[in-house]
Design a protein around this ligand. Sequence first.
Ligand code: SF4
Length: 500
Amino acid sequence: MIDLNGFRRRQTHSVRIGRYIIGGQAPVAVQSMTNTPTADIEASVAQSERIADAGAPIVRLTAQGRKEGEALAGIMASLRADGYPTAVVADIHFTPEVAFMAAESVDKVRINPGNFRTDAGELERLIEICRRRGVALRIGVNHGSLARRIVDQWGDTPEGMVASAMEFLRRCRELDFDQVVVSMKSSNTRVMVHAYRLLVEAMEREGMTYPVHLGVTEAGDGREGRIKSAVGIGALLADGIGDTIRVSLTEDPEREVPVARRLVEYFARREGRFEVHHAERYSPTEYRRRSSIDIPVTHDEIDNRFTVVDAVSGNPTAEWRAAILDMEGNAPVAIRRRYDGSDADDIALCAAADMGQLLLDGLADGVWIDAPDVDPATVRDIELMILQASRVRFSRTEYIACPSCGRTLYDIQSTLAEIKARTSHLPNLKIGVMGCIVNGPGEMADADYGYVGAAPGCITLYRGRQIVERNISQSEALDRLVTLIKADGRWSEPAAESGK
Ligand code: SF4
């Protein structure tokens, strides 16, 4: 473990991304991703500069085809001409040729092992270019877009995600190329945290020290999106895992940056020792609470059956954890901490980062945010959002909404707002709102319904993984989604409309 201003984290080696270093002794780096069409150089440069001005030294742009791959050189040149040293990352999903082209101009290339091959010389050729130009590589595994042969062997599971990443990491090591960062993203915080912990274990077994990039995909927007990101990223930072992070929000990308910076700053101030909690002990399949409480509770639902465990130190996650693991018996446990100030969004972010790990690991049955300067209804709402983001209590509609990128086929922010306005009164429903048909269906994970961009102005609707309406006009798509939910008997009228 290394000590960074009191924040101890897993030892990794340094990877250079342009002018910046990830891993090693470097602080946790913040990054974001553009959602402009990458081929629109002017718009992409302007947005990259807004992201940099917000405080992110690294920006990623999607490069889905030759047109976008070619634009990257112009984007790099314009950024430098404008005096921005921003490190630029090309995001490749399907076309190795575009990866080779991008590696000739950018600082880092992200490939998805689900769509790249280790056995056809593709990775070798890419590494050759990266080595020659001093370009880094990210092996970016996403739950929902694993290679068919991996799914056949492992299923679409954290174990499959790790198998996929390790295959690529071993090949990188054979090729003596260590400028590699690795990620294991999912929109499901439990899958995500488990996958990263398993990955760290696998790397430790094989003596690998590659830096790790953290992110919760499709977290959505607003306070909910921030809480979901903080639960997943915070649980891992509290473990001492993570060298760079992205908070993915369905908002303008520059709005992601202050959230990510706040999380990094929050953990950088922590005292004490962080330990990597090994995945085998906290497998989601062995998930269990230590009591008979069926539904984890908010502060106003805690009764005299509960033992309330306070955290007063600068490292609340570790403090609660040690106290609960020391307890005998199986009395329900609620975790409580005081949060000063009246900024409800900041308290929500910090409490989610503190408490998520205990909920994901099945160690707590209730949460109590002691925030005397925030009104109790807001506090309860935040507590419910933390329980939902930790997947232990579902009290509201869950939106698995992609952050959008250069592939997005419609205005996802306003569409998400319209979908929420019609459906947010439906608890226990998960709705995927995804910008493109290429990655959307796989990455909306376990959504009950999916609203997916199929072509400009066209939407395809899904029930689970099945297409139910293909290429319908976007102007009708929301009505058709509501009709579908009604036909499935999963609709109820909002309280005001039904007169309740
Ligand atoms: S689902 Fe498609 S549009 Fe949305 S972020 Fe992923 S690749 Fe981009």
